[in-house]
Ligand binder design. Structure first.
Ligand code: BGP
Length: 472
């Protein structure tokens, strides 16, 4: 008997800006992604430049029917994607939505439903309209809460009945690490104070709680969750000072989940604000609004990191936004992200112990270089055993967490079809079960090919996880 519940939501995840392309079609406005040709590792440009792979993405905007059919062939129960805010409100501050933008997602969600696939929709996935960044400095400005309200009311009213599962802000805690990509804050990071960043955080937290409130009013049956970048931190040594350092580092992440799950700022954060002289400007009603807590907690999980107070004891590790110090017990991906399947079990238990809310792993996967090969029967594929191995190990740890008692709603692996990377904006950092023929220089036919992992995941879903143990 499988340990995964019968209604477990197996699937995959993408984000609009990393796959749709069609960056200026059918009335879409520019988003912050359209001026980030190198992702987080390079500077922004003044306007879209041809070397920005996201402008065309994998042309999901025109090929989504073919792609959803492939997801259905794998047996997906759920498909996570985002709505590009600037398709619905091209500038972000206008009164009326763009009908063609609404129509696109109608068609997309209908296509999912045709195969019995539940859409899981991120409302804001690193794609703040560029106008809001340039004219308002993004989420630093309180008025964004009002624009966001109009946006969520529009999409909730429009897609009620089609979408039951929603996430508010992708990796909301990344606001602190990547203020432009995550929060549309145009002021350079070096010029931002902690006061600025925490004020922007407050605006997003209020907006997130407001989305939960409005969502439940409009769609009583909907499940609305937050989404946290699941940075898991270990102490590098048993030195109690390292334990404290890890506890504090963990709180950078957990404070966002604390507010979403408990409905108020945790005391350690209030005390920190006081100590640092940070004064969060609140409007009447904000504290009440925050009490609209989420139905579930979702998170991304790729790797873990270590901290230490000791100098020279480890070297830097790379990771999703923040790295920390290298863990000598772990191997890393080609991009230096440390691979730690057990860390997933640990993270699930930690979150569940703390909140007793259902959890959803909405991102996990291995970014790797793939080589397309031609089999004897002429079929083209990628023999991505390394990816299968990564995913299998992580899923087995998720299964152990379920046995530990964690309530896990589902699993959507990241980049179920190859797409443009968020941090480096490369095509060559591939996560998919489906290979897309597009290269870092923009060349390629955009043809789709099933990788070996495609068939592997199909079987995992078909057996509700039992095939994970087959070759032991
Ligand atoms: C998360 C983002 C995703 C995604 C993923 C993998 O931070 O939510 O958008 O891209 O990381 O990162 P990358 O694309 O940089 O490999």
């Amino acid at each position: 008997m499988s340990v995964f519940p019968e209604n477990f939501l197996w699937g995959g995840a993408v984000a609009a800006n990393q796959c749709e392309g069609a960056y200026n079609e059918d009335g879409k406005g520019l988003s912050v992604q359209d001026v980030l040709p190198r992702g987080l590792v390079g500077p922004r440009t003044q306007e879209p430049t041809p070397d920005n792979l996201k402008l065309e993405g994998i042309d999901f905007y025109h090929r989504y029917k073919e792609d959803i059919r492939l997801f259905a062939e794998m047996g997906f129960k759920v498909f996570r994607t985002s709505i590009a805010w600037s398709r619905i409100f091209p500038r972000g501050d206008e009164e009326e939505p763009n009908e063609k933008g609404l129509q696109f997602y109608d068609d997309l969600f209908d296509e999912c439903r045709k195969y019995g696939i539940e859409p899981l929709v991120t409302i804001s996935h690193y794609e703040t309209p560029l106008w809001l960044a340039e004219q308002y400095d993004g989420w630093r400005d309180r008025r964004l809460v009002g624009f966001f309200e109009r946006y969520v009311r529009t999409i909730f009213n429009h897609y009620k009945g089609k979408v039951r599962y929603w996430l508010t802000f992708n990796e909301i805690n990344s606001l602190i690490h990547a203020p432009f990509m995550s929060g549309g804050i145009a002021t350079p990071k070096e010029q931002l104070t902690e006061q600025d960043l925490y004020q922007a955080m407050h605006h997003e937290l209020v907006a997130s709680a407001m989305a939960v409130k409005i969502g439940h009013e409009i769609m009583p049956e909907a499940k609305i969750g937050c989404m946290i970048l699941g940075i898991t931190t270990y102490p590098l040594t048993p030195d109690p000072s390292d334990i404290i350092a890890a506890m504090e580092k963990d709180r950078d992440t957990l404070m966002f989940a604390d507010v979403h799950a408990r409905g108020s700022y945790p005391r350690y954060l209030v005390n920190y604000f006081e100590k640092k002289g940070i004064r969060i400007r609140m409007e009447p009603g904000d504290e009440e609004m925050l009490k609209h807590t989420v139905d579930f907690i979702s998170f991304s999980y790729y790797s873990s990191g270590c901290v230490t107070v000791h100098q020279n004891e480890g070297s830097d590790a790379l990771g999703n936004m923040t790295g920390g110090v290298k863990n000598p017990y772990l191997k890393a991906s080609q991009w230096g992200w440390q691979i730690d399947p057990q860390g997933l079990r640990y993270t699930l238990n930690k979150l569940y112990d703390r909140y007793q809310l259902p959890l959803f792993i909405v991102e996990n996967g291995l970014g790797a270089v793939d080589t397309l090969v031609t089999l004897e029967n002429g079929e083209k594929t990628v023999e991505d055993d390394y990816r299968i191995d990564y995913l299998r190990q992580h899923l087995k740890e998720a299964a152990k967490a379920i046995e530990d008692g964690v309530e896990l709603m589902g699993y959507t692996s990241w980049g179920c079809i190859d797409l443009v990377s968020a941090s480096t904006a490369q095509m060559s950092k591939r996560y998919g079960y489906i290979y897309v023929d597009r290269n870092d220089d923009g060349s390629g036919t955009l043809q789709r090919y099933r990788k070996k992992s495609f068939y592997w995941y199909q079987k995992v879903i078909e057996t509700n996880g039992e095939s994970l143990y087959e070759d032991e």
